[in-house]
Design a protein around this ligand. Structure first.
Ligand SMILES: *[C@@H]1O[C@H](CO)[C@@H](O)[C@H](O)[C@H]1NC(C)=O
Ligand SMILES: *[C@@H]1O[C@H](CO)[C@@H](O)[C@H](O)[C@H]1NC(C)=O
Ligand SMILES: *[C@@H]1O[C@H](CO)[C@@H](O)[C@H](O)[C@H]1NC(C)=O
Ligand SMILES: *[C@@H]1O[C@H](CO)[C@@H](O)[C@H](O)[C@H]1NC(C)=O
Length: 482
């Protein structure tokens, strides 16, 4: 009798598992079918939008000895927030991005010969005293390098829209909190401060002279940093070996009121002579910002030796000369969503300046382009329920709580020379609320009085971006940081 019951039970159990298997295979084939139908969209597992909890370094392959790991200040790979992931706060980010756009506008055309320096300075100051908080950079990714002999560790936010590199130094008059000990010049045998007459006392530092020492001062609204201009030995070490830049000219900041989230300073990667990249012999760098906060990317100084990989990089020219703009200004010629061109005249793209700026988080679009993209996006997303705007900027948001998977249209930017940049999913939508109740289109509309096009760091995630100062061009390669 009991064997009979157990047989029935076993049968029922088997039938149940068979049924489960059927269910899951139906679900899988449904997803596969959707993918097959969908060359112009991303099928996204909603859980992949959640903030990662563990750091996954395995996804990064550092290309050569002048390469360094790039880490998001928000994610679990960051060493600057006590190893805890700190979710990005988009209210704060958008506030800083707005101020950053004003900073960029104020620095796009530097009248070197027309008008006096005073005018230039005045214009800048005016544009910069807008926000109440420091907003020097909304950069998200940082690197760890060493300065001095013996080496001392510094962590620097990467900023393609800043010229000088600076880090906080002892003796500190005023310093913000940082994770690692302050750089101490007296403990280094390779440190020297730069005299006023030296060529290294570069104009980018906006130098002043005191006791025959070159002092720099950089101000970003209410944030600022000043101190000595100095030379030091900069060392990059990775599994391949050691890369040394000596002498390296930088700002040793002893009076710093900027708060840049626990890093010790900022690495300027603009085109100007003072930037780190202009000081290296090849004046060339490439980087990949990771798609997920939970993994790491890389930056490579100099050209990569990987010819096969290099072959796939497509370049677009930089449209201004370095004495007109410190930014990497490029020309956008079009945008597509789900494979279709945005319904705007091509002249809409060329009306505004376009810069790539790693110190801006969410790409800023001129109003006409933003509106066109938004309505095309909403149309593509019409099967999902839109929720009321979470802010003036993030006005196209969805509640994804009841979905396992969502289908998001692909978005591409096109640049002069037919170069396409197809955005990563993380460059299309951002998680505004951690519970998935507010997931928003990851673009913002430029101020109509300031209709600039800024390609921000979120939209560059998962792509290899090349900056060639000598060749005056910016390139995009496939890569995805691996
Ligand atoms: C880490 O990243 C690799 C490559 O992207 C991926 O295959 C792997 O599943 C990830 N591991 C975890 C634990 O997320
Ligand atoms: C985000 O930042 C804003 C402005 O600083 C602040 O008022 C708000 O409380 C922050 N939100 C969260 C969830 O931390
Ligand atoms: C330090 O910087 C602040 C802000 O720019 C400035 O007001 C102050 O005069 C500076 N202090 C010194 C000693 O330079
Ligand atoms: C600006 O740069 C252009 C091109 O590199 C050069 O021809 C011109 O002489 C420069 N002008 C000044 C004022 O340096």
């Amino acid at each position: 009798m009991s064997t009979y019951i157990s047989m029935i039970l076993r049968f029922l159990l088997q039938a149940f598992f068979l049924f489960l298997c059927l269910l899951c295979s139906v679900k899988n084939s449904y997803a596969k079918q959707a993918e097959a139908q969908c060359s112009d969209c991303h099928i996204v597992e909603v859980s992949s939008l959640l903030p990662p909890i563990v750091c996954n370094r395995t996804s990064t392959k550092v290309p050569n000895k002048a390469s360094l790991e790039v880490v998001s200040k928000y994610g679990p790979c960051s060493t600057i927030n006590e190893g805890k992931a700190k979710s990005p706060n988009y209210t704060e980010i958008l506030h800083k991005d707005r101020a950053r756009a004003k900073y960029i506008q104020s620095r796009i055309f530097r009248p070197k010969h027309s008008g006096s320096d005073d005018d230039d300075h005045l214009k800048r100051t005016e544009a910069l005293t807008v926000g109440a908080e420091p907003f020097l950079s909304n950069g998200e990714f940082y690197i760890t390098v060493s300065l001095g002999t013996p080496r001392q560790v510094v962590t620097l936010l990467l900023d393609t829209g800043s010229d000088i590199t600076w880090t906080q130094c002892k003796p500190c008059l005023k310093c913000f909190k940082q994770k690692t000990p302050l750089f101490d010049p007296t403990k280094s045998s390779t440190y020297s401060s730069v005299p006023c007459r030296s060529k290294a006392c570069l104009p980018d530092f906006q130098p002043t002279c005191s006791s025959n020492t070159c002092f720099y001062s950089v101000s970003y609204g209410s944030g600022s940093s000043d101190g000595h201009v100095a030379t030091e030995k900069l060392t990059i070490m990775n599994g391949f070996g050691t890369f040394v830049k000596y002498p390296y000219i930088f700002g040793c900041g002893t009076n710093n009121s900027a708060d840049i989230d626990g890093v010790t300073g900022l690495m300027g990667l603009a085109r100007t002579p003072s930037s780190f990249i202009s000081q290296t012999s090849q004046k060339y760098f490439s980087y990949c910002y990771p798609s997920s906060y939970g993994s790491t990317g890389y930056i490579t100084f100099g050209k990569s030796d990987d010819d096969i990989k290099n072959k796939f990089v497509k370049f677009t020219p930089i449209t201004t000369s370095p004495n007109q703009s410190l930014f990497y200004d490029i020309m956008v010629t079009g945008m597509t969503i789900a494979g279709e061109k945005l319904p705007v005249a091509s002249s809409e793209y060329t009306k505004s300046e376009t810069v790539t700026d790693s110190g801006t988080t969410l790409t800023v679009l001129p109003p006409s382009l933003y509106v066109a993209l938004r309505s095309a996006f909403r149309k593509q997303m019409s099967k999902y329920k839109m929720i009321k705007p979470v802010s003036d900027e993030l006005d196209t948001c969805y509640d994804f709580r009841s979905y396992d998977e969502v289908v998001i249209p692909k978005i591409s930017f096109f640049f002069k020379g037919g170069v396409e940049l197809e955005l990563d999913v993380k460059g299309i939508m951002v998680l505004y609320k951690k519970d998935l109740s507010q997931v928003c289109l990851a673009f913002q509309k430029a101020d109509p009085d300031n209709p600039i096009f800024i390609l921000g760091n979120s939209q560059l995630r998962g792509k290899e971006v090349h900056h060639d100062i000598v060749g005056q061009r910016v390139g995009f390669g496939p890569g995805g940081c691996s």
